[in-house]
Ligand binder design. Structure first.
Ligand code: BJW
Length: 261
């Protein structure tokens, strides 16, 4: 069955089944992607024109081979993104998800984003599938490199690693072809299998294994709500597609859920 699509243009007519699913939910799992931070001024990856991959080749910037071939370019791209994140703030969508955590018995927030905005908005533990851009690790040993080491060794090229003579500092994020942290991924899979409702917000659903989480939730009987201005690779799985931006839909959805409690 195709999902029921609702738009924000008019005051939405909330379907009874959706209100019931909000009212009954005991464990909500949330999967977020770049779209949830788009209205904070952080470009997404795959949006035509505005997405970062519209201008940059992902394999040159977000793969171990890309870093090996041209560490300076990769480092500078991440430094640019770090500055952009530092100059911007979480938005009403991030804040609504932090509030949602207070309203339901259990909430598992899983994000593909590396910007730390969910935590900044007040969300509790966050399962960061693709790491965190604010941390650095040694390119050879994977050991953490403290911020003051980076400060002391300059910003224009990746500083040498204190942990290995041939190592360099690199962001603690997961690039294509790299394994996700096993305990984080395991916790995300368990939440997907256990939840009764999953919210999928601002992801194209193009990257594995993150895109499997809604499939697992669905297979285990959860209802799925997708929030995205566009259709994604996950839309056909969803029960409801709330077509529009996260800043519009998330506060409205959380208000609606609060009214059922
Ligand atoms: C809005 C909005 C608004 C706009 N409001 N919405 C199985 C099948 C095929 C391939 C694979 C497979 N398994 C693994 C692979 C390979 C690969 C992969 O998936 N490739 C595909 C592209 C084909 N996966 C991997 O390599 C992963 N590793 C792995 O599986 O390892 C296996 C292994 C095991 C053991 C040993 C070794 C290896 C790793 C994937 C890492 C992804 N990394 C990146 C970069 C992270 C660091 C960084 O940020 O720089 O993660 S790539 C990039 O894509 C980033 C994102 O987190 C991720 C997902 O993107 P997202 O969030 O969906 O963003 P967009 O831009 O795509 O979509 C935005 C959406 O928002 C759009 O839909 C908009 O409409 C919407 N939107 N405004 C709400 N206001």
């Amino acid at each position: 069955m195709p999902p029921c699509t609702l738009t924000l243009e008019e005051t939405p007519e909330w379907p009874d089944a959706l209100i019931r699913a909000l009212g009954l939910a005991r464990h909500i799992a949330v999967l977020t992607g770049a779209g949830v931070s788009a209205e904070s001024g952080i470009p997404t990856f795959r949006d035509a024109h505005t997405g970062m991959w519209a201008r940059h080749d992902p394999m040159k910037l977000a793969s171990p081979e890309g870093f090996e071939n041209d560490p300076e370019t990769v480092w500078q791209w991440y430094q640019w993104r770090r500055r952009l994140i530092a100059e911007n703030r979480p938005n009403a969508g991030h804040r609504a998800l932090a509030r949602l955590q207070q309203l339901v018995p259990e909430l598992t927030l899983v994000t593909q984003n590396v910007d730390g905005f969910h935590q900044l908005a007040g969300s509790g533990p966050v399962l960061e599938l693709h790491g965190n851009i604010h941390r650095n690790i040694c390119s050879i040993t994977g050991r953490t490199i403290e911020a003051d080491w980076i400060e002391r060794h300059g910003h224009h090229r990746p500083p040498p690693s204190p942990h290995h003579p041939r190592g360099q500092a690199r962001p603690d994020v997961v690039w294509f072809g790299e394994a996700l942290d096993a305990s984080i991924l395991d916790a995300a899979f368990r939440a997907a299998a256990d939840c009764d409702l999953m919210l999928i917000v601002g992801t194209a659903g193009a990257v594995q294994p993150a895109a499997s989480l809604p499939v697992i939730a669905r297979e285990h009987g959860a209802r799925l709500i997708e929030i995205n201005p566009e259709r994604s690779e996950l839309t056909t799985l969803a029960d409801w597609h709330l077509a529009g931006p996260g800043t519009g839909w998330l506060p409205a959805l959380v208000d609606k859920l609060a009214a059922t409690r």
